[in-house]
Write a protein of this length. Structure first.
Length: 404
């Protein structure tokens, strides 16, 4: 795994601006770590398309992962169309899993044609759609159904990202699970697995604590099941992740409960693999130097405003740490379309290119065209041989087609 940022050697003038550039070498290095975990533990690892769904790299996914997980119909179709083919399915890869907080019937009918695992968020959705699901299974015996559980074990500090926060709508809490099955034990018929998701950008100890809670609260049901999905939020490809220990934990868990474990990390596929390149359009002054870029926080990196977090910009420091400090802002009318304050060793120049780091996961999938701002182009670069492929450029038609 590269321990340094591979983009320090990327020539930003090789792509249009703005542009997401993905380093294939880093994605492959991340996938190799995930593949090692699968190979050595027997657990199956899926890539979460919600975090990163750049399907030009699907051939790499198919080489290393067991499949993809989707949040609904469109991602499930993408997973089936681009990340799954007969050859990979024959090798036990290319699985398509789907979980949604609720399914519309019309979506579910289509999901049941393309997904292998369909996870329901509640027993009410499962009982409503059970007949539909079991009829689909007669046509496609590989279909499996699961229930998302809520272990009510929080590991995150931010409620927005905590599926176990009080009153969360995600998954069935233990008391509701027990009561529902007490009233109607047959409801578990047709269910072959459980799914939970509690983590966000975390390493092994939070997973261990979650497993303890899951085993304690739901362990009695394991004997009726075939698989359990540990969800996402595992930063397995981060340099300090305890990969060897994770392999041991997965092996022991599967042996103890005779369950197939799935994990569905998204970020871990793409961390450190992508940048957003943008260009300085104007430099103005209002109490401090302002640089207006051909990108936008709200359109191209909304997590900067939503999470919020400070994006890393290559070759910059915190305000006033270097000689020249600028407020970096976007092109839109939103007063708060501000990426942040950064200092540079040299003054910025019009037309200068900047690189926002770690923009592959969750950023590419969340872009919008507010104000008619163009979407960033997409390029795949390979830091091993410097090959560059401009995969996609967007324009007026892409904007117009969404609006009427
Ligand atoms: C159900 C589920 N699975 C997988 C993921 C992927 O998580 P991450 O990208 O943090 O690994 C998420 C993220 O929200 C999720 O909600």
């Amino acid at each position: 795994m590269p321990q340094f940022n591979t983009f320090t050697k990327f020539d930003t003038s090789r792509v249009p601006s703005p542009c997401f550039v993905i380093d294939r070498a880093v994605v492959e290095a991340n996938l190799k770590i995930l593949h090692r975990v699968q190979r050595e533990s027997g657990a199956k690892i899926l890539g979460a398309l919600k975090a990163f769904s750049c399907w030009s790299l699907a051939p790499l996914f198919k080489q290393y992962l067991s499949g993809t997980c989707a949040s609904g119909l469109h991602e499930a179709c993408l997973g089936r169309e681009e990340f799954s083919d007969e050859e990979s399915r024959a090798r036990g890869r290319g699985e398509v899993h789907c979980y949604s907080a609720a399914y519309k019937e019309s979506d579910l009918i289509e999901i049941l044609k393309v997904a292998d695992h369909v996870v329901f968020n509640s027993f009410s959705q499962w009982s409503r759609f059970k007949a539909l699901a079991l009829t689909a299974k007669q046509r496609r015996p590989e279909l499996q159904f699961g229930i998302r559980i809520n272990p009510e074990h929080s590991e995150g500090d931010v409620p927005l990202y905590d599926p176990c926060a009080p009153c969360s709508r995600m998954g069935v809490p233990c008391a509701v699970f027990q009561q529902t099955l007490k009233n109607d034990p047959a409801l578990l018929d047709g269910i072959s697995g459980l799914h939970f998701h509690t983590l966000c950008q975390q390493d092994l100890p939070p997973l261990l604590r979650t497993l303890e809670a899951v085993e304690e609260k739901f362990g009695t049901y394991f004997k009726c099941l075939e698989w359990i999905n540990f969800g996402g939020g595992h930063h397995i490809s981060r340099n300090d992740y305890q990969v060897d220990e994770l392999i041991g934990v997965l092996k022991a868990f599967q042996a103890r409960h005779k369950l197939q474990v799935y994990m569905e990390p998204g970020e871990a596929v793409a961390i450190r693999s992508g940048v957003l390149i943008a260009e300085v359009l104007d430099i103005t002054w209002n109490s401090m130097a302002q640089a207006i870029l051909d990108t936008s926080a709200t359109c191209h990196m909304p997590d900067v405003l939503e999470m919020p977090y400070r994006a890393d910009v290559l070759d910059t420091a915190m305000p006033n740490e270097l000689a020249h400090t600028y407020r970096l802002g976007g092109m839109t009318c939103l007063a708060g379309d501000v990426i942040g304050d950064y200092s540079f060793a040299e003054p910025l120049a019009l037309g200068q290119r900047l690189m926002f780091d770690d923009m592959a996961h969750y950023t590419m999938v969340k872009t919008t065209t507010f104000n008619g701002i163009n979407l960033p182009a997409i390029a795949i670069w390979d830091s091993r041989n410097n090959e560059l492929q401009l995969v996609r450029q967007f324009g007026y038609e892409d904007f117009k087609q969404r609006l009427s």
